[in-house]
Design a protein around this ligand. Structure first.
Ligand code: HEM
Length: 568
């Protein structure tokens, strides 16, 4: 019996406990709910009694409605006060223990830190930064501060003093640093929802172990195996549109369509999950989890974060059951470490000779959740933006269509009309369009690191415990690096290995923590676009639909388009 199975019942118990915590609520929120509830009930009961005894008295009725409305106001005030207090204490606690506490232990004690403003106490400049991101003005927000203070400046984001670093040298500094200097750091909500053993949180030997398994399923040899199944999955999804939507001459919203498609591809190809109802349920839960990732981590009734925590509980329960059946299949020899990423992670314990190279159930679950989060929304954004760009720019559409048509014409008989690995390699122009989109609208705006010790960079001190934030737009939109940076020109990527300096084009990050799935995303995006362009022409239904970041950049109305089936 595999070691993991021995702990399975215990794990189910633990996980059920976690669910209770979320459902039953922590003491604070339960109390909060009871107080408000009892207030409502008291007013209602009182009002009903009064109504029964003096139903005909108009005077009494008006007194009752006055009491009711005062009661409502009181309730609302109480709710506001409690929420504000919880909010305040949360930030105070977070600021003091998570950031401030470590700051005072640094040796350089805030001397000669970068210029800039820490903004309001505790909240810092988070509000204006998030607002700017929402309006797709994040780059402008940073540019304004760069103009005032230079490429390295301080601010305060999410309750932590933060140094924003921009430009090629800063990118090099962040992406070349080791985990003992700058460690990857996710916002608290991401840590709680993706899990404390998420690959984004791991360092040292545990990180190396998980990453080695993950990379086995994302290297070019593995990707070649995915082409056939990916091709038929994409074809089926588009056929579904053809039969369901276009014949009714209805419209399709690209954002939800691409999200579902990329989710199904990750489930099926990376994790070997082929059961439709399971994938459907997982999709719903991951959608809720995703909405909570960037929220304030307050587990209060009605919050996105609470819904996301509940979704995570359901996902965990489901994955535990899937893991149980996988372990059985592996021990029966029906599946192997090579079958899919989940089986690969489970089989680590079978392959290992000592405890240091086994993975716990928690580590496997958190890796699963993280990979689902990291892989599907990012690629869905890239695909959405490709469809958006091709709808707005007929010339680009024509060039992409020409490339795809030439590939179909050249297709060798023996490939049975199916897409092949070598055809993917021929889609050079289509990929350049994708690269140029990610230059101008990077799906990942930037990311946080945490200074693990006092650091001196660019003549400034960054105290231990402070956050460091890298961002892509300042190099992506720099005219000295990308000639006429505001002009959409896919050809600038023609000889990108020689013409684009290192650490200046970073949609997938760079260095040790560079995106593990960049090639998977490329193959996926090209496969989907191949079939889209082969079958359809399309137009945008809301011509000036704005792009909004939340924090990923999406057309704000979900990109409704009208599809026209191409004559073959
Ligand atoms: C267009 C699609 C994608 C974009 C733009 C993107 C972007 C990024 C970026 C910027 C990072 C680095 C974060 C940092 O250094 O702070 C990253 C990391 C990562 N991405 Fe992606 N990603 C995409 C698709 C994918 C896919 C499809 C997968 C998996 C199949 C994936 C898995 C990962 C993983 C595991 C990491 C963490 C790597 C590590 O810490 O070693 N990504 N991604």
């Amino acid at each position: 019996m595999p070691a993991g199975s021995r702990h399975l019942e215990q794990k189910l118990g633990d996980i059920a406990g976690a669910e209770d915590l979320v459902d039953g609520g922590e003491p604070g929120s339960a109390l909060f709910g009871a107080e408000v509830g009892s207030e409502d009930t008291a007013v209602d009961a009182f009002a009903s009694q009064e109504l029964a005894s003096s139903a005909r008295s108009k005077e009494t009725s008006s007194i009752i409605s006055m009491i009711q409305s005062e009661g409502d106001q009181y309730c609302r005030m109480l709710v506001l006060i409690v929420v504000s207090l919880v909010f305040f204490f949360f930030f105070f606690f977070y600021y003091y223990y998570y950031c401030g506490h470590e700051q005072h232990h640094g040796n350089i004690k805030n001397q000669h830190v970068p210029p800039g403003s820490l903004g309001f106490p505790v909240i810092g400049e988070s509000w204006s930064f998030v607002q700017a991101l929402r309006e797709e003005r994040g780059s402008e927000w940073i540019q304004k501060r760069v103009a005032m203070h230079g490429n390295i400046f301080k601010t305060s984001l999410m309750g932590c003093p933060t140094v924003i670093v921009t430009g090629r040298l800063s990118n090099k500094f962040v992406f070349s640093a080791d985990d003992e200097t700058l460690s990857l750091k996710q916002p608290p909500a991401v840590v709680m929802l993706a899990g404390k053993y998420s690959i984004f949180e791991l360092t040292g030997p545990r990180y190396k172990l998980v990453k080695s398994v993950v990379l086995r399923f994302l290297k070019p040899e593995a990707l070649q195996e995915y082409i056939g199944p990916m091709d038929s999955l994409v074809k089926n999804s588009l056929e579904h549109i053809l039969t369901m939507k276009v014949k009714d001459s209805s419209t399709i919203h690209i954002v939800p369509f691409m999200k579902r498609l990329t989710f199904n591809l990750t489930c099926s190809l990376l994790f070997g999950l082929h059961d439709e109802p399971t994938n459907e349920a997982l999709f719903e839960d991951f959608s809720d989890l995703f909405k909570g990732l960037w929220s304030v981590p307050l587990n209060l009734p009605g919050t996105a974060f609470r819904r996301a925590l509940r979704a995570r509980s359901r996902i965990v329960r489901r994955v535990v059951l899937i893991m149980k059946s996988r372990r059985e299949k592996i021990s029966e020899g029906l599946l192997s470490a090579k079958s899919d990423m989940l089986s690969g992670l489970l089989a680590v314990e079978e392959e290992s000779t000592d405890h240091s190279s086994t993975l716990s159930d928690e580590e496997i679950i958190d890796t699963f959740v993280t990979m689902m989060v990291a892989s599907h929304d990012t690629t869905a954004i890239l695909l959405t933006l490709l469809v958006w760009k091709l709808a707005r720019d007929p010339e680009i559409y024509q060039k992409v269509a020409q490339e795809q048509t030439a590939i179909i014409k050249e297709r060798h008989e023996k490939s049975n009309g199916e897409l092949t690995w070598s055809e993917i390699q021929k889609m050079k122009y289509t990929w350049r369009v994708a690269q140029e989109i990610m230059r101008m609208i990077p799906p990942v705006f930037g990311n946080f690191r945490k200074a693990m010790k006092d650091i001196n960079f660019g003549g400034y001190n960054i105290p231990k415990g402070w956050q460091v934030f890298w961002e892509a737009s300042q190099t992506h939109m720099n005219n000295e690096i990308f000639n006429n940076a505001t002009v959409f020109d896919p050809c600038r990527f023609e000889n990108s290995s020689t013409s684009i300096p290192t650490f200046t084009y970073i949609p997938f990050g760079a260095g040790l923590r560079m995106c593990s799935g960049n090639e998977f995303a490329r193959v996926e995006a090209l496969t989907v676009m191949h079939h889209m362009v082969k079958n359809f022409e399309w137009s945008q239904l809301i011509p000036n639909e704005p792009i909004t970041r939340n924090p990923m950049p999406y057309p704000s109305k979900g990109l409704p388009i009208k599809l026209k089936v191409k004559e073959t």
